[in-house]
Design a protein. Structure first.
Length: 116
């Protein structure tokens, strides 16, 4: 995302009024991504589908600001209804580089996902 923002800021004129959908190189379920984490980290990682309302209530219990709870809840609802299930080449066209896959990201950041 940072590379896309940098490309736009470097020459903003051609981007005025345009909308970009910046996606990764694959569209998959959260269970798939949990499996990627499991494979790379060598330990079981499972996706647990928590209803958005219950998740939002938990965020409120943790004193997350209400505007953020509403924003995250809306994103959770949109995700649950497949609104983010799309692929574009916008990121490649903006940056000239293929987006990082989830596997590549986890492999690059194994230390951050591993307890000391």
């Amino acid at each position: 995302m940072a590379r896309a923002v940098a490309a736009i800021l470097d020459n903003p004129a051609p981007h005025i009024g345009k909308i970009y959908n910046l996606t990764g190189p694959e569209s998959a379920t959260l269970a798939h991504y949990a499996q990627v984490f499991s494979d790379v980290l060598g330990r079981p990682i499972r996706y647990n589908d928590v209803p958005v309302a219950a998740w939002s209530d938990k965020l409120r219990e943790m004193h997350v600001p209400e505007h953020l709870v509403r924003h995250l809840s809306t994103m959770g609802d949109l995700h649950a209804h497949g609104r983010y299930d799309r692929l574009t080449d916008d990121l490649l066209r903006l940056t000239g580089r293929t987006p990082t896959s989830m596997r590549e990201f986890v492999e690059r950041h194994v230390a951050e996902f591993t307890r000391a």
